[in-house]
Design a protein around this ligand. Structure first.
Ligand code: SF4
Length: 278
């Protein structure tokens, strides 16, 4: 595996931060992306197949643009959205809001501060980084039923993480982050998305750190009925590892059965439903 160099970090000054939603996230009114690009560079990232990545002409993961925004303009943007009706925000759909650049840039934290002062009807925070625990103080300021922090944990096998997302945070740190968030009274979930080959102990490990789980697959969760995952070579990557059966749709039901022994049925979600505003 080639050594990954630090991503090129640039800045942009977008006129607006909130983007009206559709498609996979149709249950939300807006998405909110503090960055363009993502240095976690997961091999299966469906954003690789989207215009923001395709037209950039540089490898996905090699660049990150920090969106420098005016806090007053963002407040006004929020107020305009709230005026139109209940506003539900997905943070973030095309980047990880807690990727390494956030340590220094603190854009996600700044946005959360503004959102905590005037919370939307619902805020869903999606990440795979333990850095999210830095902002527990801000999460705690949201009404408990209007915020969920979802941490991706695709597998409990770190060799699988290294095979598919080698630049993403190790699994153990994500489990600790989920536990810390839950213990702080924040609504959480583990997003097993996409489901990667895992051990029989995976469900028990997640049940020890979160109250809810969402299972997703390459075919269901890429926003294009599996076409993006095919184009990204996920099937052949599993085949090369001798694990082709993990691409089959039946695997989801098998794993769901394992999770049913550790989570109540109404705490196990599948694909889109697990990322909806609730
Ligand atoms: S963390 Fe999310 S946005 Fe970033 S590369 Fe991985 S899947 Fe894509």
């Amino acid at each position: 595996m080639a050594e990954k160099t630090n991503p090129k970090l640039s800045e942009t000054t977008p006129k607006t931060m909130l983007t009206p939603t559709g498609g996979f996230l149709a249950g939300y009114t807006h998405t909110l992306n503090p960055y363009s690009g993502c240095s976690f560079a997961c091999a299966y990232c469906y954003v690789r197949r989207m215009p923001v990545a395709l037209f950039r002409g540089e490898p996905w993961g090699s660049w990150v643009a920090a969106k420098r925004f005016d806090p007053n303009a963002f407040r006004r943007e929020l107020a305009r959205a709230y005026k139109k009706g209940p506003t539900s925000i997905f943070l973030s759909s095309a980047t990880d809001p807690y990727q390494p650049a956030e340590h220094g840039q603190r854009l996600t934290r700044e946005l959360l501060e503004l959102l905590a002062n005037d919370p939307p009807a619902f805020l869903f925070v999606q990440t795979r980084s333990p850095l999210a625990t830095r902002d527990i103080d801000l999460f705690a300021r949201f009404p408990a039923d209007r915020l969920r922090v979802s941490v991706t944990v695709e597998t409990d096998r770190d060799d699988m993480r290294r095979a598919f997302a080698p630049y993403s945070p190790p699994i153990a740190g994500r489990l600790r982050a989920l536990r810390r968030l839950r213990d702080a009274g924040i609504a959480t979930q583990a997003a097993v998305a996409p489901l990667l080959p895992c051990t029989a102990g995976f469900a028990a490990a997640l049940a020890g750190v979160t109250e809810r789980v969402t299972l997703d697959t390459f075919a269901l969760g890429d926003g294009a009925s599996g076409r993006r995952s095919e184009a990204l070579g996920m099937r052949s990557r599993l085949e090369a590892l001798g694990l082709a059966e993990w691409y089959a749709p039946e695997k989801l039901e098998e794993v769901r059965g394992l999770f049913a022994a550790h989570f109540p049925s109404d705490r196990i979600f599948v694909s889109q439903d697990g990322f909806a505003p609730h």
